[in-house]
Design a protein around this ligand. Structure first.
Ligand SMILES: NC(=O)c1ccc[n+]([C@@H]2O[C@H](COP(=O)([O-])OP(=O)(O)OC[C@H]3O[C@@H](n4cnc5c(N)ncnc54)[C@H](O)[C@@H]3O)[C@@H](O)[C@H]2O)c1
Length: 285
């Protein structure tokens, strides 16, 4: 396998998680954030996560030090020119992602694989912004990336077999289970999960049960580790809204039409854990 250096773009929840997974698996990682503050916050989240694992006895301090040594945070996009694989994990917005892919195509050598961690957006549209649509695919991690076993690998109709093989080898080298899914909104997991999450918001909004009772019902009744409203807060309500909008745009199925209150909460910047408040309140990070 040719991937040795992995670039991660985007300093949100998923960017730092994916960077941690790749660094723990032994890859050199270049983390790119638009601002120095973003780059610093990615390194701080990585540090916090590694320290937690050392404290819990899950990782030796020497191993954590090696992991830290493999991660470099940068702000200039052209620092990604040394990467064999770049995974973008910026905001779930197609225009922003398409713009980023055209920039990545400019700075990365032609053989570099350009991957997206999008939850729902069409991979082919990002691929077609580049001069290498055969070297572009989706590599969809789950939240929190270090803990979750699955990665959906999403070949666009332009993706070559070699790219698909390299992406799968990378995912497996990260210790994850890979499933291959066609480039269709929601892939497998979110196409099945989001109608459920959306319907939980509708139940709450229509007063059928309280927030705590909805979450308790699904934990106790289905043995789910989190209730739907807790999970929406973890994912981020802005990301969740974008996912539902992309699903609705693709299928025109009313089940995917975002619950109106979700849009209002996003307008009010109640985004879930990352903003300190969503369906629940959280101490500020
Ligand atoms: N949150 C989840 O549970 C989850 C799970 C799997 C995949 N994803 C996907 O991962 C990606 C990132 O999600 P997240 O939850 O980390 O989001 P986030 O809101 O935590 O972070 C988004 C990041 O994108 C940056 N950003 C915003 N606009 C940008 C632009 N125009 N150019 C470059 N960077 C920009 C922001 O500064 C921020 O660092 C999305 O595509 C999302 O669908 C999210």
């Amino acid at each position: 396998m040719s991937v040795k250096v992995v670039g991660v773009v985007g300093s949100g929840i998923m960017g730092s998680g994916v960077a941690e997974v790749a660094a723990v698996a032994g890859f050199e990682v270049v983390l790119r954030s638009r601002s120095q503050a973003g780059a610093d916050s990615m390194l701080a989240s990585l540090e916090k996560s590694l320290n937690r694992q050392v404290e819990k006895g899950r990782m030796e301090e020497a191993v954590a030090a090696d992991v830290r040594g493999r991660v470099r945070a940068v702000t200039a996009l052209d620092e990604l020119s040394t990467c064999d694989l770049v995974i973008e994990s910026i905001v779930e917005d197609l225009a922003a992602k398409k713009h980023l892919f055209s920039e990545l195509d400019r700075v990365c050598p032609p053989e570099t694989i350009l991957a997206t961690n999008t939850s729902t957006l069409p991979v082919v549209e990002m691929a077609m912004e580049t001069g290498r649509p055969e070297r572009v695919c989706g590599v969809h991690f789950f939240n929190p990336a270090p803990a979750m076993a699955l990665v959906e690998i999403v070949p666009a109709i332009t993706t070559s077999d070699d790219t698909l093989r390299d992406a799968r080898q990378f995912v497996e080298a990260c210790g994850k289970t890979a499933v291959t899914v066609r480039d269709q909104a929601g892939f497998v997991v979110n196409a099945l999960l989001f109608p459920y999450l959306n319907n939980a918001v509708k139940l709450l909004d229509s007063g059928v049960a309280s927030r705590d009772d909805i979450d308790a019902a699904m934990k106790g009744g289905c043995n789910f580790p989190m209730g739907p409203l807790e999970l929406l807060d973890l994912v981020g309500l802005d990301t969740s809204l974008a996912i539902l909008q992309a699903l609705y745009a693709e299928f025109s199925d009313p089940n995917f039409a975002p619950a109106p209150v979700l849009r209002r909460m996003v307008s009010a910047e109640r985004l879930g854990r990352k903003s300190g408040a969503g369906f629940y309140d959280y101490p500020r990070r």
